[in-house]
Ligand binder design. Structure first.
Ligand SMILES: [Mg+2]
Length: 229
């Protein structure tokens, strides 16, 4: 079994706005444009690449300079996040997040990430929450703008690290938004929706037809999922 976890809204929620501030800080440093964190709009389910494109184009950055400056933007955002992130993000873990990671690891599940976060921000965020040790690989929002492109990258890394292959029905994408369900479905993976995010209720998520849907990650505990594969 391979479980690919989203981070924001799935493992962590309601965090102080360090991530948004870091993106705005990087926009100022690299592109000399001012964007207020509160003007970033809804970002749930988006990759940081997509968020960056939207915020920078709206601020008047041209497509050409955006492409040229994106690597510097990602590096500046990660540096800013290192400065801005609270030391302790444990209070922002979603209900049963640690218990479900612990349970899955105890049942020999392989755990990875499929997140829209810039990779360095993802690892820093998980470390501040004390859960980075559950994960050793993933696919990240600075690698692709389209979330659908992330699961195949994460699976390739899982297979490299474990030296085994995973059947499609052994792979689960876990997330809090329609974009998470869509990216899993695009790769013919099983999908698990959790209604722990800021924008999407159980009803919203039902309409995306995930394979499984739970109010929170306690749905993974003692997972009936394992009996059905
Ligand atoms: Mg999310």
């Amino acid at each position: 079994m391979l479980f690919l976890f989203d981070i924001d809204g799935t493992l962590l929620r309601d965090m102080p706005p360090a991530h948004r501030m870091a993106l705005c800080d990087a926009a100022e440093q690299v592109f000399a444009v001012t964007v207020e964190p509160r003007h970033l709009g809804k970002t749930a389910g988006m990759t940081d690449s997509a968020i960056a494109r939207r915020m920078l184009m709206e601020a008047g950055v041209t497509a050409a300079s955006l492409s040229d400056g994106l690597p510097a933007f990602f590096a500046a955002a990660a540096d800013a996040y290192d400065r801005l992130v609270p030391d302790n993000l444990r209070p922002y873990l979603t209900p049963h997040a640690v218990a479900s990671l612990e349970w899955l690891r105890g049942h020999q599940a392989v755990l990875g990430l499929v997140t829209g976060n810039i990779e360095r921000i993802a690892w820093r965020k998980l470390a501040a929450a004390g859960v980075d040790g559950y994960f050793s690989f993933g696919a990240f929002g600075d690698e692709a703008e389209l979330r659908d492109e992330l699961p195949p990258r994460a699976i390739a890394r899982a297979e490299l690290i474990t030296a085994r292959q995973f059947a499609l029905d052994e792979i689960f994408v876990v997330g809090d938004t329609p974009a998470d369900i869509a990216c899993g479905a695009a790769s013919h993976l099983r999908t698990i929706a959790v209604a722990t995010g800021p924008e999407h209720s159980l009803d919203d998520l039902h309409t995306c037809q995930p394979d499984y849907i739970f109010p929170d990650l306690s749905g993974l505990l003692g997972a009936p999922l394992f009996g059905q594969t």
